[in-house]
Design a protein around this ligand. Structure first.
Ligand code: NAD
Length: 416
C-alpha cells in the first residue's frame, strides 16, 4: 500500500520531513511514530431481525504526553486500523499546534450506519463504549463525533459511561447536545476556524478576502459553515460540490439559501441559484481559494496540476497526498494544512470539556472570541516557523507540534 492510499504512511512521510529539520534523536523518533495503545474490540448486537451480528471496533490512543487522548469516533464500512492510527496521530499534532492540553486518539467501528436502525446504532454504541469504558474518561481519553456519528451518539456515550462509573460525567465526550453539557458555538467551530485561517492567509499573501473567489468541496458541517462565514466577510463563493453533484455561479452563490436547499434535498445538486457543475471538476475552478472539506485523498498525483487556486485551506483531514502537496508547494500554492486549518473543532471541544469540568457555561460570543484568539495565535506560530526554516506550512505545523510533544516527553522522562 503506498502513501497515496495508506494514511498512516502518509502521516509518517509528513512527520519525517519535520523530524529531520528538528534533528530529532532516533529514540524520540521511535517514540513519536508508535501509537501508545491500540485496542480492538468485538461488539455483539442483537439486530432488529433477531439475529446477532458482531462488529469490530477500534480505539487508538496515539500519544497522551500533553493530556488526555482526544479524537472522534467514526462509523463506516471502510474503517481500518491504518486509518484510525493515522487519524489518532493527526489529532496528536493538531492538539499540539492548537496549543491545547490534549493528546491524540481516534476510534472507529466497521459498520454501515445507513443500513442500521436507530435502535441498532444505539445498541452498537453502548456495547462499544462498554468494551472500552475502562480506557476512556475525562482525564484519560475524550471521544467526539466524526464521520457518521453526531451529538445523539455522544449523548449515548455519555450515558453509557456514566452508568458504568455511577456518576453523571459530562466531560467524557465533546460534541454533546447543548442541553446536556455541549458548548455553544461547537457546531460552527471547525468552519469558523477555517474562515479565520483563510482570512489570515489572504492577509499574509497580500490579497483582499473581500471579493476573493472560493470553491468548496463538501457541503456538510465544515464546508457549509466555512462557506457561510467566508461569504459574511466578503468572499464570493462561486462553486460547491458534494458527493452527489455540484453548483456554480460566477457572481456568487447565495450560501444561506444553498444551506436551506441542502437541508431539504440532502445535496447541493439541483440548487436553482446557479448552474450544475460536475463535482469531479471542483478543483479545476478558476478561483483564488480552494477549500477541500470532504474526505481524505482528494488532491492527488492525478489532479494537482489542474488546480488554479493560489490558496488551499484543508478543512478535511488528509485531503492532499504527500506527492500532490510537494508539487503544489513547488508551484507556489500556499497550502494551510489540516492540522492547523481544521483545529477550530478540537479547540472548541477543549472549551466544552473545560466548561463541563467547571460546571459553568460561557456565552456564544465568549466561545467565538476565545477561538479567534487561539486560531490566530496558532496560525502566526506556524507561519513564523515556516519563515524561519524556509519551509511549507505543513512541515512547519509538524515542526511546531513535534517540538512541543518531544519537549514535554523529555521533561517528563522515560518511565521504566
Ligand atoms: P459531513 O459528513 O458533515 O460532510 C461531508 C461532506 O462531504 C458532505 O457534503 C458530502 O456530500 C461530501 N462528500 C463526501 N464524499 C464526497 C466526494 N467524494 N466528493 C465530494 N464531496 C463529498 O462531514 P464534516 O463534519 O463536514 O467533515 C468533513 C471533513 O472535515 C472530514 O474529513 C472530517 O474528518 C473533517 N473534520 C471535521 C471536523 C468537524 O468538527 N466536523 C473537525 C475537523 C475535521
Amino acid at each position: 500500500m503506498s502513501s497515496e492510499n495508506n494514511p498512516f504512511d502518509a502521516m509518517l512521510e509528513e512527520f519525517s520531513g519535520a523530524a529531520k529539520l528538528l534533528n530529532l534523536d532516533p529514540g524520540m523518533w521511535k517514540v513519536l511514530t508508535h501509537p501508545k495503545r491500540q485496542v480492538i474490540v468485538s461488539c455483539p448486537v442483537v439486530m432488529d431481525n433477531g439475529q446477532v451480528e458482531v462488529f469490530t471496533g477500534y480505539r487508538v490512543q496515539y500519544n497522551i504526553t500533553l493530556g488526555p487522548a482526544k479524537g472522534g469516533i467514526r462509523y463506516h464500512p471502510d474503517v481500518n486500523i491504518n486509518e484510525v492510527k493515522a487519524l489518532a496521530a493527526w489529532m496528536t499534532w493538531k492538539c499540539a499546534v492548537a496549543g491545547i492540553p490534549f493528546g491524540g486518539g481516534k476510534g472507529g467501528i466497521i459498520c454501515d450506519p445507513t443500513r442500521m436502525s436507530p435502535r441498532e446504532l444505539e445498541a452498537l454504541t453502548r456495547r462499544y463504549i462498554g468494551e472500552i469504558a475502562d480506557l476512556i474518561g475525562p482525564d484519560k481519553d475524550v471521544p467526539a463525533p466524526d464521520v457518521n456519528t453526531n451529538s445523539q451518539t455522544m449523548a449515548w456515550i455519555m450515558d453509557t459511561y456514566s452508568m458504568h462509573v455511577g456518576v453523571t460525567t459530562t466531560g467524557v465526550v465533546t460534541g454533546k447536545p447543548v442541553e446536556m453539557g455541549g458548548s455553544l458555538g461547537r457546531r460552527e467551530a471547525t468552519g469558523r476556524g477555517v474562515m479565520i485561517v483563510t482570512r489570515e492567509s489572504a492577509k499574509h499573501l497580500g490579497f483582499d478576502i473581500k471579493g476573493a473567489t472560493v470553491a468548496v468541496q463538501g457541503f456538510g458541517n465544515v464546508g457549509s459553515v466555512s462557506a457561510d462565514l467566508l461569504a459574511k466577510i466578503g468572499a464570493t463563493i462561486v462553486a460547491v460540490a458534494d458527493w452527489k453533484g455540484g453548483v456554480q455561479n460566477s457572481k456568487g452563490l447565495d450560501v444561506p439559501a444553498l444551506i436551506t436547499w441542502t437541508e431539504q434535498h440532502k445535496t447541493v445538486a439541483g440548487f436553482p441559484g446557479g448552474d450544475a457543475l460536475d463535482p469531479a471538476k471542483i478543483f479545476e475552478q478558476p478561483v483564488d481559494i480552494l477549500i477541500p472539506a470532504a474526505l481524505e485523498n482528494q488532491v492527488t498525483a492525478q489532479n494537482h496540476h489542474l488546480i488554479k487556486a493560489r490558496l488551499i485551506v484543508e478543512g478535511a483531514n488528509g485531503p492532499t497526498t504527500p506527492e500532490a502537496h510537494q508539487a503544489l508547494y513547488k508551484r507556489g500554492v500556499f497550502v494551510v494544512p489540516d492540522i492547523l486549518a481544521n483545529g477550530g473543532g478540537v479547540t472548541t471541544s477543549y472549551f466544552e470539556w473545560v466548561q463541563d469540568r467547571h460546571g459553568y457555561f460561557w456565552e456564544e460570543h465568549e466561545v467565538n472570541e476565545r477561538l479567534e484568539r487561539k486560531m490566530v495565535e496558532a496560525f502566526d506560530n506556524v507561519l513564523a516557523t515556516a519563515k524561519k526554516f524556509n519551509i511549507d506550512m505543513r512541515t512547519a505545523a509538524y515542526v511546531v507540534a513535534i517540538n512541543k510533544v518531544a519537549t514535554v516527553t523529555r521533561l517528563r522522562g522515560m518511565y521504566a
